[in-house]
Write a protein that binds this ligand. Structure first.
Ligand code: SAH
Length: 197
């Protein structure tokens, strides 16, 4: 079944997914599975999300092309590569150095140059660049850290897997002048956000 058939209607998001060769982000031994709609293991016991979830999260961000986007959990760099096609610049944080080094090399080879990388704990955000138009968390947190919400512009959108263990929900948060509106999209299973270096 195609992603469109599964209900992804944002054609810019679909085109961005098509432009990024997922097999380059998958360990050699698993490459035959690159185009299955499945999450797959990457190095350091982490995972690359299934294409449907990447598409769903990308679509929920409603990118128009001019945004600064913060990603927490660079992992393989696949989600960052998709976002890079749809916004001005992606700021991607990863706490595990081997993953970050590989992701940087891959994205350089793909000549994607509008991503900035940082090694460290993304739960603190990236204060030197904040506020962001969009924030995407690709690891599960019990509750979205307030520091991250504070780094979201008024009118900005954040997508995050929230809740612990098996009860995670993908939530979309929109920050308004005086309120924050939350909407649950679907149940998900992400590797956990780990705070600290
Ligand atoms: N977006 C990735 C999927 C990453 S899986 C991709 O497209 O491949 C989640 C990632 O979040 C893991 O690589 C994990 O190391 C990272 N992570 C967990 N806690 C973190 C934290 N506090 N700061 C930054 N990265 C974190």
């Amino acid at each position: 079944m195609t992603l469109r058939g599964m209900g992804i209607l944002d054609s810019a998001a679909l085109a961005a997914l098509e432009q990024v060769p997922r097999e380059l982000f998958i360990p050699q031994a698993l490459r035959a599975h690159s185009y299955e709609n499945a999450s797959l293991p990457i190095a350091c016991d982490q995972t690359i999300s299934q294409p449907y979830i990447v598409a769903r999260m990308t679509e929920a961000l409603q990118l128009q092309g001019r945004e600064l986007v913060l990603e927490i959990g660079c992992g393989s760099g696949y989600q960052a590569a998709v976002l890079a096609h749809l916004c001005r610049r992606v700021y991607s944080i990863e706490r595990l150095k081997p993953l970050l080094v590989d992701a940087e090399n891959r994205l350089r080879d793909l000549r994607i140059s509008n991503i900035s990388f940082r090694l460290g704990d993304g739960s603190k955000g990236w204060p030197e660049v904040a506020p962001f138009d969009r924030i995407i968390l690709t690891c599960g947190c019990d509750k979205i850290p307030d520091i991250l919400l504070q780094q979201l512009k008024i009118g900005g959108i954040m997508v995050a897997p929230e809740g612990n263990g098996k009860a995670q929900q993908l939530v979309v948060v929109t920050r308004h002048e005086t309120t924050v509106v939350r909407r649950a999209l679907m149940p998900v299973t992400f590797v956990p956000l780990i705070e600290g270096e």
